[in-house]
Design a protein around this ligand. Sequence first.
Ligand code: CP
Length: 336
Amino acid sequence: MQSFTGEHILSVNQFNHDSIQKIFSVANQMQPYALRQKRTKVLDGAILGNLFFEASTRTRVSFGTAFNLLGGEVRETTGMESSALAKGESLFDTARVLSGYSDVVAMRHPDNGSVAEFAVGSRVPVINGGDGSNEHPTQALLDLYTIEKERNYHGESIDGLHIAMIGDLKHGRTVHSLSKLLCLFKNIRFTLISPKELAMPDSIIDTIENAGHQVVISDTLEGSLDADICYQTRIQEERFPSKDEANKYRGKFRLNQQVYTKHFQSNTVIMHPLPRDSRADANELDNDLNLNPNLAIFRQTDNGVLVRMALFALTLGVENIVSKYDTDVHWYSNKK
Ligand code: CP
């Protein structure tokens, strides 16, 4: 079994089937803390350096929340302009300095490979919160954890899954990382739907095919798909040379109840890494799906806290002693 203690989490390539099951098992144990049924102080005194050099809501806040739920404290750096990177400091120097102030670092940066470069200079474990269009390993883990839970609910496993990925598959780092993780399972069918210019990179398709899985590629959503999961993505306008360029694709693949009923099964699970672009000219995941029980987007965000708690517990080597530091919850809580 792979040991996580003291290790960086930079890419999904570092996981195997067993290590994923280990992360998911620890994540399951985190549920009572996330639901505020009990508290733990296992990371009392530990400090997370939460460095987000690119916009984020859920990854940044859920990393912080996960660390707080384990009893640790969080120091935030947000935005390139508010750090010395804007004065020309290297990622190596920044890492040497900030890792002296923290026990673990979570980091997002707009450049591919930047988090791995930072990790070279870090004296503490670094967790990749997204580097350019390259990878988003913790999102892929929480997506996979969600898929497993949704499948288990219907008495099925991840093996044999048919997933339709829709939208900007070129720049969407979440679909890159998730595709690679799914390759660790058996008989996965991928239906990849995107404008031709925003197709899944060949390197990812090669990885899928070399692992023996089936890939169908299309630039239109047509016919009836027997997909178990519809994984919708956002046009990643921040990765385009200009907003005008991104606008060419905005609103191209909209999912609403009518489109869902036409192309998917009545129990197809709808996922999206979020944020969904809800502006009128995009409306990529319509509000009319909000009450659809198959819409799993907020189950994904809740699961993100569990998975990130598990990664902190594992990288800091406390996964087996979390409950030893339990205390009671004294306030009203009605989380489900
Ligand atoms: N899914 C995701 O990475 O969301 P944020 O950009 O809000 O962190």
